[in-house]
Design a protein around this ligand. Structure first.
Ligand code: L34
Length: 284
């Protein structure tokens, strides 16, 4: 049976480190602040935004929440971002995705000042990640790396397979695994021989968005299996992209859903907010 990777415990450690750093900065007159914008009333987004606010409170980071109606106009959203870009109390700005139909996500992301872009979604920050010299880690992929490190399994030279090629998870995930010396394969909906490729992975990261997509026969015995998926089922329960019951019999390590990657996304966001405050204060 696989060892279950405790995302809550690892995220608590990260948040404790962040809280210490926040306190230290405060002594030097530097305050950290995060602005979170939520447009519309997507129930999942509401949960995630609430968890982000709680994490800010736990870390001593000032948090400002902006809830806008689903019919918000692009100009209004841009005006709010411009205001936050100029606000000295705000170190980091995050606009929760997905946005309601009719709003241009790319334009919104591009409008956030790069040194306040704590998601690391805008072009300048994506480019820096590619090069390997960055101020902000992409939140979910960086959280996954921390979880892999927590197992003690060395990534160097290992076969790492990422399923999914989104700009938010799959692509930056592959890049961070590469920075950690893994041999990386990115799979997606057009991939041939997906099962065989996955079954050869020492490290398997599932970010597809389909419940129970990864079955037991796709897992190499002893592999590290990281489940990024959070699918809401009709009964209200959360379900990952990995069939947990099958996978835990074969994998060496596995993350649960919930309590795996989700809390780590938030912990990295806290770290990025501190990094942003330092960047703006000219410390780093
Ligand atoms: N701009 N949009 C922006 N930045 C992000 O980093 C995100 N993401 C993803 C969705 N949209 C975003 C998040 O915040 C996913 N995500 C996220 C954040 C927190 C959690 C899950 C996803 C989380 O707290 N998960 C809990 C369970 C929460 C529940 O009960 O639904 C967990 O234990 O996995």
């Amino acid at each position: 049976m696989a060892v279950i990777i405790d995302g809550k415990a690892v995220s608590a450690e990260v948040k404790q480190r962040v809280a210490n750093e926040v306190a230290e900065l405060k002594e030097n007159g530097i305050e950290c602040g995060l602005a979170v914008i939520l447009v519309g009333d997507d129930p999942a987004s509401q949960v995630y935004v609430r968890n982000k606010k709680r994490a800010c409170e736990a870390c001593g980071i000032y948090s400002a929440e902006y809830r806008l109606p689903a019919d918000t106009k692009m100009e209004e959203l841009i005006a709010l971002i411009d205001e936050l870009n100029a606000d000295e109390k705000i170190s980091g700005i995050l606009c929760q995705l997905p946005l309601p139909k009719g709003l241009d996500e790319e334009a919104v992301i591009a409008r956030i000042r790069p040194d306040k872009d704590v998601d690391a979604f805008n072009e300048a920050n994506v480019g820096k990640i590619m090069i390997g010299n960055y101020s902000f880690l992409p939140c979910t992929p960086a959280g996954v790396i921390e979880l892999i490190k927590s197992t003690g399994v060395d990534m160097t030279g290992k076969n790492a397979v990422v399923i999914g090629r989104s700009n938010i998870v799959g692509k930056p995930m592959a890049m961070l695994l590469l920075h950690n010396n893994a041999t990386v394969t990115i799979c997606h909906s057009k991939t041939q021989n997906l099962k065989e490729i996955c079954a050869n992975a020492d490290i398997l990261v599932a970010a597809i968005g389909r419940p129970n997509f990864v079955t037991g026969d796709m897992i190499k015995p002893g592999a590290v299996v990281i489940d990024v998926g959070i699918n809401r089922m009709d009964d209200g329960k959360l379900c990952g992209d990995v069939n947990f019951e099958e996978a835990e019999k074969i994998a060496g390590y596995i993350t649960p859903v919930p309590g795996g990657v989700g809390p780590m996304t938030i912990a990295t966001l806290m770290q990025n907010t501190v990094n942003a405050a330092k960047l703006q204060a000219g410390i780093k």
